[in-house]
Design a protein around this ligand. Structure first.
Ligand code: CP
Length: 316
């Protein structure tokens, strides 16, 4: 994707970081700064998407992403429908495409989708006129999570160029890690992936990341320590020795954090497995920015919806 001369993204869809140039990412982050001012003032609304309809279609569980998209759409004055997959005709065998076409026929301008199949969004984007926004597709991408993470790092550290960002844990199954590696390397960060060889395969070096299997050595001089959730629901039992051993080798606590820079920040996409990847003392440290990430998600998602081609009103 590239930005056009009006400072809008050229695509109608947000499918992944893969499609975004460095300039696209910076455009989104810069616009999110403006929207963060909007969501922190007394009147938290702008008329940008008045008359537009956003449908949230989540085939997998979500607390942060779904609520954040809903709030972002409401702050932009759009109408919002939270489609209930559990009571829908999906349970009578209706296909994903038929479901999205039906939602579009009802007047949706944006369909925000989380689905277990990697690549489902690309297919849908070609089939419908509505803007398709990827809220997580299988183990492939979670682009708005990476954008809000980059926004949070910029807020705390300034430009990402030259920063050492360590992503720790289950890289193999993580769409968050994949989108973040793409976004952060594009912005010039030095990304180090840390975890056991079963969860951090060598193949990730081709994405421009360094790989370490020793946590203390890996996080030395880090500016950002980004902990991932151990995705118990996606593990084959052979990939982890035991949660106890994983915690000893790769869990983050205040003591281990001393290997990173003194002013390093701790991040996590949530939800956190307390006592596994993060100890309570690390969670409560002032270095931890997990709730800031959640707050920033609303402004970043407002920016994404605002910037997608064809979605903006003249009132913007
Ligand atoms: N970070 C994230 O995607 O959280 P949810 O699963 O709660 O949306």
């Amino acid at each position: 994707m590239n930005t056009d001369r009006h400072g809008q993204l050229q695509s109608k869809d947000l499918l992944g970081i893969e499609q975004l140039s460095k300039e696209d990412i910076l455009l989104i982050l810069d616009n999110a700064t403006g929207f963060k001012h909007v969501v922190t003032r007394t009147v938290k609304k702008v008329p940008t998407l008045r008359g537009k309809t956003v449908v949230n279609l989540f085939f997998e569980n979500s607390t942060r992403t779904r609520t954040s998209f809903e709030l972002a759409a409401r702050r932009l004055s759009a109408d919002v429908i939270n489609f209930d997959v559990a009571t829908s005709s999906v349970n009578k065998g209706e296909s994903l495409l038929d479901t999205v076409e039906t939602i579009e026929a009802l007047g949706a301008d944006y369909v925000v989708i989380r689905h277990g199949s990697s690549g489902a969004h690309q297919y849908l984007g070609r089939q419908v006129k509505a803007s398709i926004i990827n809220a997580g597709d299988g183990q492939h991408e979670h682009p708005t999570q990476a954008l809000l993470d980059c926004f949070t790092i910029r807020e705390n550290k300034g430009d990402l160029a030259g920063l050492k960002v360590c992503i720790v844990g289950d890289i193999l199954h993580s769409r968050v890690a994949r989108s973040n590696i793409l976004a952060m390397t594009r912005l010039g960060a030095r990304v180090t992936l840390i975890g056991p060889p079963t969860l951090v395969p060598e193949g990730f070096r081709s994405m421009g990341a360094d790989i370490r299997h020793d946590m203390d050595e890996g996080i030395r001089n880090a500016d950002v320590v980004y902990m991932l959730r151990i995705q118990l629901e996606r593990q084959g039992s052979h990939l982890l020795p035991s949660l106890k051993e994983y915690k000893q080798l790769y869990g983050l606590d205040a003591d281990r954090m001393r290997h990173a820079k003194r002013d390093a920040i701790i991040m996590h996409p949530g939800p956190v497995n307390f006592g596994v990847e993060l100890s309570r003392d690390a969670m409560e440290s002032p270095q931890t920015k997990i709730l800031d990430q959640v707050t920033n998600g609303v402004a970043v998602r407002m920016a994404c919806m605002y910037l997608l081609r064809g979605a903006r009103n003249v009132e913007a």
